[in-house]
Design a protein around this ligand. Structure first.
Ligand SMILES: Cc1cc2nc3c(=O)[nH]c(=O)nc-3n(C[C@H](O)[C@H](O)[C@H](O)COP(=O)(O)OP(=O)(O)OC[C@H]3O[C@@H](n4cnc5c(N)ncnc54)[C@H](O)[C@@H]3O)c2cc1C
Length: 496
C-alpha cells in the first residue's frame, strides 16, 4: 500500500537480483513504499559494446525478478527512456523521496549519465544513495589496505531482508504513463546455446559447480572444452548481478572443507578476488576505454594498411586459417562463452600477430562475451595486448596452444566442421595438407577453409622484436612506474 505520497525508488542496473541487495535493503529500512525500476536506456541499446545476447539475458533476469515479486502483488517498473526524463515523469506521478542504487563502474556514457542524474536529484530535492560495487572503492588513489577491505566486504553478512517484510508498491498503483514497456519480441526469445539469465539460474549454476563440476577446476581451466564444464560459468550472473560476489565467496567458504577440492577452491577464490581487483583498476583509470593505460603506447605504430584491416575482419569472423583461433571466435559468436586462456590468445593474435590496434577488437569481443563487464574487459584487454608496460608480454602461439589444449581436436572439430575429417596430426596446421591429402579428405584449402592470413613464424618474430624494443623506452618505463604505484597491491606479483 502507498502509505504516504512518496516512494523510495530502487534503480536497478547491473544488480538484477532481490537478495544481498544493499540498495533494496536500505530502501526498505524505513518501511516506506519501495518501487524497483529498470530503465532500458537508448545510450546502452545503441552502444557498440552491447548485443542482443545481453538484452536477452537482462530480459530473462527481469522476468525472474517479476515472477518472485508477483507473490507480493508487486512488479518491476520497466521503462524505455533516458534516465533523468524517466525520473522526471515518474516523480510527477509517484513523488520520489530517495533513490537507491549500486555504484556502476561502467562505460564513459554511464558515468556521464550518472552526473546528469546527480544534477537532477539536486535540482529536485531527491536524495540519491549509492552502495558500493563488490569491494571496489570509488576515487581510490593507492592500494594500501585494499586486501583487508576486500575481506571485510566479502565477509560482511549479506544485505537480506525477508521479501514479505518489504513494503513493495503494489501493482495497481503503477499508473505511470509509460508503465512497463513491452520488451522487444527478439529479446524475449530464448536461445538455448547461451546461458539463461536470472537469480534462480545463477544459484542453480553455483550449486551445480560446488556439488559436481568444480572438483577439477584447477586442472581444467585452460582447456577450451573441459573449462566449459569445470569452470564455474558464473561470469554472466556476476556481470549482470544475478548473484553477488559476496554470496559466491561465502558459499565457497561453506564448501572449504570438501575433500579433494582444496586446490580448486583456492584457485577459484583468487579469481573472485581478481574480479574486484580488475574493476578497481578500471575505476581508477576509466580512460582505459579510449586510450592505453600506459600512455606512452599512444605512439605505438600498428599496421593500418588495407591488408591489416582485412586481417582484422577475418579474425572477427573466425576466418584466419588458424583452426584454434577460428574455433574460438566462432564458438563465441554462437555461445558467448570462452575460457580465460582462449580469450587471451585471441587478443594476443589480434594485437601481436596481426599487429592491429587493440581498439579494433575491444568492442567486438565485448559484444560477443555474454559476461561483458567493462571493469574486467578493458584492463584484461590492455594486459593481453601488451600495452601496460608492466606486465610480461604474452605472445601465445596458436599452433602450440592447439596441440596442447585441444590435442584430439574436439573443440576445433565442433566449431570448424569443415576440418572435422582431418586426422589429428594435420588438424592443427591444415596448410600443410598436400594436394593429394586435400583430395583424400575432401577439403579444398582457400575455398572450404581459408589459407592462413599471415605467416606465423615471421609475424611472431616481428611482434617480439617490436614489442620488447618498445617496452624498453624511457617513456614506457616512466608510465609503468606510475601504474605500479597506483594499481598494484603491496607484496603481490605485478602481473595480476
Ligand atoms: C581479453 C579478456 C577479456 C575479458 N573480459 C571479461 C569480461 O568482460 N567479463 C568477465 O567476467 N570476465 C572477463 N574476462 C576474464 C575471464 O576470462 C572470465 O571471467 C572467465 O573466463 C569467466 O568464466 P567463469 O565464470 O567460468 O570463471 P571462473 O574461472 O569460474 O571464475 C569465477 C569468477 O571469477 C572472476 N574471474 C575469473 N577469471 C578472472 C580474471 N582473469 N580476471 C578477472 N576476474 C576473473 C569472474 O567473475 C568469474 O566469473 C576477460 C579475460 C580476457 C583475457
Amino acid at each position: 500500500m502507498l502509505t504516504s505520497g512518496q516512494i523510495n525508488l530502487v534503480w536497478l542496473k547491473r544488480d538484477l537480483r532481490l537478495r544481498d541487495h544493499e540498495a533494496l535493503f536500505n530502501a526498505s529500512k524505513s518501511g516506506m513504499p519501495v518501487l524497483l525500476i529498470y530503465i532500458i536506456e537508448p545510450i546502452l541499446v545503441d552502444d557498440p559494446h552491447y548485443d542482443i545476447r545481453h538484452w536477452r539475458f537482462i530480459c530473462q533476469s527481469l522476468q525472474d525478478m517479476n515472477q518472485q515479486l508477483s507473490q507480493f502483488n508487486s512488479q518491476l517498473l520497466i521503462v524505455h527512456g533516458e534516465v533523468t526524463s524517466v525520473f522526471e515523469q515518474l516523480n510527477n506521478t509517484l513523488p520520489i523521496k530517495h533513490i537507491y542504487s549500486h555504484q556502476e563502474i561502467g562505460l564513459a556514457n554511464t558515468f556521464e549519465r550518472d552526473k546528469a542524474v546527480k544534477r537532477w536529484c539536486d535540482t529536485n530535492a531527491v536524495i540519491w544513495s549509492e552502495s558500493t560495487y563488490g569491494a571496489v572503492i570509488r576515487g581510490l588513489t593507492q592500494r594500501h589496505d585494499w586486501d583487508k577491505n576486500w575481506q571485510k566486504r566479502m565477509r560482511h553478512p549479506c544485505f537480506d531482508r525477508p521479501l514479505e517484510k518489504i513494503n513493495f508498491v503494489q501493482s495497481e498503483h503503477l499508473v505511470f504513463q509509460q508503465q512497463n514497456t513491452e520488451l522487444p519480441e527478439q529479446w524475449q526469445t530464448p536461445n538455448p546455446q547461451f546461458q539463461a539469465g536470472g537469480e534462480k539460474r545463477a544459484w542453480f549454476t553455483m550449486h551445480h559447480f560446488f556439488t559436481d563440476r568444480g572438483k577439477d577446476y584447477a586442472y581444467s581451466i585452460s582447456s577450451p572444452t573441459a573449462s566449459r564444464k569445470a569452470c564455474s560459468r558464473l561470469s554472466p550472473y556476476l556481470a549482470w548481478g544475478n548473484i553477488s560476489l559476496r554470496q559466491v565467496y561465502q558459499f565457497t567458504l561453506g564448501n572449504w572443507q570438501k575433500k579433494g577440492w582444496r586446490r580448486s577452491l583456492v584457485a577459484f577464490t583468487s579469481r573472485l578476488h581478481w574480479h574486484c581487483h580488475f574493476v578497481q583498476k578500471f575505476e581508477s583509470e576509466i580512460e582505459m576505454q579510449v586510450r592505453p593505460v600506459n600512455r606512452a603506447y599512444e605512439n605505438y605504430q600498428y599496421d593500418e594498411s588495407d591488408r591489416g584491416k582485412a586481417n582484422v575482419e577475418a579474425w572477427k569472423q573466425g576466418q584466419t586459417g588458424f583452426p584454434l583461433i577460428d574455433a574460438c571466435m566462432r564458438c563465441l559468436h554462437q555461445t558467448g562463452y570462452l575460457n580465460f586462456r582462449m580469450r587471451s590468445m585471441l587478443v594476443s593474435f589480434l594485437c601481436h600477430q596481426l599487429d592491429a590496434d587493440w581498439r579494433s577488437g575491444v568492442t567486438h569481443l565485448a559484444r560477443l562475451f555474454l559476461d561483458f563487464e567493462p571493469g574486467i574487459h578493458y584492463p584484461q584487454f590492455h594486459m593481453q595486448a601488451g600495452i601496460t608496460g608492466i606486465n610480461l608480454i604474452r605472445l601465445y602461439n596458436p599452433i602450440k596452444q592447439s596441440q596442447e589444449k585441444d590435442p584430439e581436436g574436439v573443440f576445433i572439430r565442433r566449431w570448424c566442421p569443415e576440418l572435422a575429417e582431418l586426422p589429428n596430426e594435420l588438424l592443427h596446421q591444415p596448410w600443410q595438407l598436400t594436394l593429394m591429402e586435400q583430395q583424400m579428405y575432401d577439403i579444398k584449402l582457400g575455398s572450404d577453409y581459408p589459407l592462413p592470413i599471415i605467416d606465423f613464424e615471421i609475424s611472431a618474430k616481428a611482434a617480439r622484436d617490436k614489442l620488447w624494443a618498445f617496452q624498453k623506452r624511457d617513456d614506457v618505463q616512466a608510465e609503468g612506474r606510475r601504474i605500479l604505484k597506483r594499481h598494484t597491491l603491496p607484496n603481490r606479483p605485478k602481473n595480476i
